[in-house]
Design a protein around this ligand. Structure first.
Ligand SMILES: Nc1ncnc2c1ncn2[C@@H]1O[C@H](COP(=O)(O)OP(=O)(O)OP(=O)(O)O)[C@@H](O)[C@H]1O
Ligand SMILES: [Mg+2]
Length: 189
């Protein structure tokens, strides 16, 4: 394929970043890099948050490293991309989204503890990851894809977006959805 591009894939835990990014990198014949693996292997964190069960990102050093690592025709995936997004090392960003009811099932299956499940679902409902991306990255170079359903649909949409088609965001409204279902307390209390 005659394109040269560094693509970021981000989203809350369980939205499907790893599954999606591996499949997309195969389809595009791009290299695949899991940023979270690098952050852990190279200790690009300042500590471990016991309460959250996750590493605390060392933003300055992680940023330096991703700029060094950045090379053409690569898919970089990881939640941390939302906090390191910058046009000096990425050309486009795919933000994966997932319906909170489906996300809950996926996170239970992953074996996350109850607090981690609640925190991650709340982050998804409140659009935290897109807000972080948009604070540092040109919104026109991003796309939100609802990856609650068919993976092939999500891949097709991303593929066309990367090839330069003008694809609209999937407009998700999880807060609206849970309020219609009277589930605000269930997810956000
Ligand atoms: N489009 C999809 N439809 C149904 N199930 C999916 C889809 N995408 C991913 N899954 C499933 O959801 C679960 C989470 O996917 P995955 O591990 O790829 O998410 P992730 O965003 O990489 O999570 P983490 O942030 O914890 O690494 C897996 O069981 C995966 O098989
Ligand atoms: Mg993953």
């Amino acid at each position: 394929m005659d394109i040269i591009m560094r693509i970021g894939v981000t989203g809350a835990p369980g939205t499907g970043k790893t599954t999606f990014s591996k499949a997309l990198s195969k389809r595009l014949m791009f290299e695949y890099i899991n940023l979270e693996d690098i952050i852990i292997a190279e200790k690009l964190y300042t500590g471990y948050d016991e309460l959250r069960g996750s590493y605390i990102l060392d933003i300055d050093n992680a940023y330096k490293r991703v700029v060094e690592l950045s090379s053409p025709n690569t898919i970089y995936e990881g939640l941390s991309i939302a906090y390191l997004a910058d046009e000096s090392w990425l050309d486009k960003i795919v933000i994966l989204r997932c319906n909170p009811y489906i996300l809950e099932k996926r996170l239970i299956e992953k074996g996350f503890d109850i607090n981690k499940i609640r925190e991650n679902i709340a982050s998804e409902i409140l659009d935290i990851i897109p807000a972080e991306v948009y604070s540092r990255f040109d919104r026109g170079k991003t796309i939100q894809i609802d990856n609650s359903g068919d993976l092939e649909n999500s891949l097709d949409k991303a593929y066309r977006f990367i090839l330069g088609e003008d694809i609209e965001d999937d407009h998700v409204d999880w807060l609206g959805l849970i309020s219609i279902n009277d589930d605000i307390n269930r997810f956000l209390s």
